[in-house]
Design a protein around this ligand. Structure first.
Ligand code: SF4
Length: 295
């Protein structure tokens, strides 16, 4: 009953899948540790920090009783410039950065919880804490992890952002039923990964991943890698586009031309993209990505 009321409220705010789990050690914690030992993680070394927080979510909130996993959809159309260059769907460049949007909605949900459980305390996370979020999404029952490492929500696919609410409120938590991976014999994401970053099911070599190289890496992109980017200058999406659980629509022109972006001053960039996900990557990196595609 309480869970259902919360789910209805979250759906009103646009979330499409909502689940509850206990704050136990995440189910894929050992897999994560082994993966960390084996791979180079370049400029995302933060993954190696706060391991004990990742193991024990109770360290992130005193009295934590329930973890609520939330999935919020992003468009199936890839944003494009008028001259045909694209960015990952999750960049949503005509909208405010999803971290800000989802945090705002999460806070509304925290208030909703507080109205029902006046003594409770809650925290919202949108990529903002050392949390194995896909583990909790799975144990909450909202989806499974595909061989491409993405959370796949049955009936929707993987085009969604994830957020979590940690709360001291004691929501009833349904017992976890292991549904397992539903990819079957499909290996489309592995076969089509442009750089071979998806080396095996559930196993990604971060330093080869185009999303990492075009968004997080501080290094310039070399010519060999540029030849594998297709026409996408921010992120990639190929492992999602080929996934039969997703329906990919045609690109939609929603980004200024590459000429315009290359000519932007810092002020122009801030005016156009200042509140979007591009801002985190920054003007210089975005320009370098475009230049390496054009040359
Ligand atoms: S492309 Fe195939 S193997 Fe990869 S995540 Fe989708 S269903 Fe699973």
């Amino acid at each position: 009953m309480i869970n259902q009321a919360f789910i209805e409220k979250a759906k009103e705010l646009g979330f499409i899948a909502i689940g509850f789990s206990k704050p136990d050690t995440p189910i894929y914690f050992d897999f994560f540790l082994n993966w960390l030992k084996e791979v180079e993680i370049g400029d995302v070394a933060y993954l190696k920090r706060n391991i004990d927080f990742r193991r024990n979510p109770k360290r992130l909130l005193d009295g934590l009783n329930t973890i609520i996993s939330l999935a919020y959809p992003y468009p199936a159309s890839k944003p494009s410039t008028p001259d045909g260059y694209t960015a990952s769907r999750y960049s949503t460049p005509t909208e405010e950065d999803y971290h800000i949007r989802l945090r705002r909605s999460g806070k509304q949900l925290c208030k909703f919880i507080n109205d029902i459980f006046p003594e409770s305390h809650s925290r919202v996370f949108v990529d903002s804490g050392p949390i194995l979020e896909r583990s909790f999404a799975v144990t909450s029952g909202i989806g499974f992890i595909g061989k491409n490492n993405m959370l796949i929500v049955p009936g929707h696919g993987s085009y969604c952002f994830l957020a979590e609410i940690f709360t001291t409120a004691q929501f009833p938590v349904p017992s976890f039923k292991e549904t397992g991976n539903m990819c079957g014999s499909c290996t489309e994401c592995i076969d089509n990964c442009p750089t071979g970053a998806l080396k095996a099911p559930f196993y990604i070599d971060v330093c080869k991943c185009l999303s990492y190289l075009t968004i997080e890496s501080k290094d310039d992109i070399d010519k060999l890698t540029a030849g594998k980017m297709g026409n996408t200058f921010f992120g990639c999406d190929v492992c999602q586009e080929v996934c039969p659980f997703n329906r990919s629509n045609l690109p939609v022109v929603s980004i200024p031309s590459t000429d315009t972006i290359l000519g932007m001053t810092e002020l122009d960039f801030k005016r156009t993209f200042g509140k979007t996900a591009f801002e985190r990557t920054g003007r210089e990196k975005l320009k370098k990505n475009i230049k390496v595609l054009l040359t």
